[in-house]
Ligand binder design. Structure first.
Ligand SMILES: [Zn+2]
Length: 309
């Protein structure tokens, strides 16, 4: 495995993203985005179309004594690839695995980190929600991922975050903040105070169409709350990290506010949900990947909620 690991430093600064170095294990890549902070970028694939268990962003933060992993991908296989890539960077122990929310593309790599010493950390509602969805998600994984899905067991957090929690990695603190209902009802954001890097989980998408499962108004409020502070770098749940906070947050808020306004208008005018799926936020279609499928699903979630406003 080690012979296949490639280190390179391209030092290219794009408009919004600085890529300092890559660590590649087979085809699994970790990109250094700040001092001691790495990100793996999953592919923009829909869960119903070519899903391979590796579609979300994964964060790795390395302190003086220990490492934290933020999300683990969607299968034990992806988790194992992540583990090998981390070992190529640092010999330090992985003290914490943090899950930003319940969705299976972010959590089923946890199985690769069960070693009796690593702690699993998540929103106070995460453990119970994972157990409630265990059967559904394990079936889904078996169907979409075959054998790799069948061996990816559900690993729930042992360390719940009620509101805020600070984790110490040795001369480096991570501040965790549990959220109200937004993308889901189990969202958590993570701040690496040393580099002022925010891991927003799926509260924030870049390039790929944002997704709402919990509450659209709650999601907009959560993003507005994030925007009250300034971050040096923001890592979304899907898409490229960015140091251009106004553009990144602005894009997401523009889409979500338009979605909210258009669905409200449809309901007021008596336009059906089915019809609204084709028309809501339509001017955003060319600005996002996987727009049609994600936007339709969002309308399907949000329309019935807003009917009771
Ligand atoms: Zn999600």
């Amino acid at each position: 495995m080690l012979s296949k690991i490639k280190l390179s430093c391209v030092g290219v600064t794009f408009a919004f993203v600085t890529i300092c170095s890559h660590v590649q294990a087979d085809t699994f890549e970790l990109t250094k985005v700040a001092e001691g902070v790495y990100v793996h970028h999953g592919q923009h694939l829909d869960i119903d179309d070519g899903y391979q268990g590796d579609i979300c962003n994964i964060g790795v933060v390395i302190g003086r004594e220990a490492i934290a992993v933020i999300d683990t991908g969607g299968s034990k296989h992806t988790g194992e690839q992540l583990l090998q890539a981390i070992k190529a960077i640092s010999p330090l122990p992985i003290r914490y695995v943090i899950n930003t929310h319940v969705h299976p593309d972010h959590t089923y790599g946890n199985a690769a980190f069960q070693n009796g010493t690593t702690h699993f950390v998540g929103h106070e509602k995460l453990a119970n929600t994972m157990l409630l969805r265990k059967e559904q998600y394990e079936k889904l994984n078996a169907r979409l991922l075959g054998e790799a899905g069948k061996v990816s067991n559900t690993v729930t957090p042992d360390t719940p975050v009620h509101n805020k929690l600070t984790l110490d990695l040795g001369d480096r603190q991570l501040q965790l903040q549990a959220q109200h209902v937004a993308h889901t009802h189990t969202d958590l954001i993570v701040l690496d105070t040393k580099t002022n890097t925010l891991f927003a989980g799926d509260l924030l998408f870049a390039q790929r169409t944002p997704v709402v499962e919990g509450d659209l108004k709650g999601l907009i409020a959560a993003l507005e709350q994030i925007n009250q502070s300034h971050y040096t770098l923001i890592v979304p749940g899907h898409g490229l990290e960015s140091n251009d906070q106004p553009t990144m947050l602005g894009n997401a808020l523009r889409y979500l506010n338009l979605l909210l306004a258009d669905i409200r208008t449809s309901i007021k005018k008596g336009i059906s949900m089915e019809q609204t799926m084709d028309t809501a936020a339509a001017s955003e279609r060319d600005k996002w990947q996987l727009f049609d499928i994600a936007n339709r699903r969002n309308v399907n979630v949000v329309y019935p909620q807003l009917e009771w406003e």
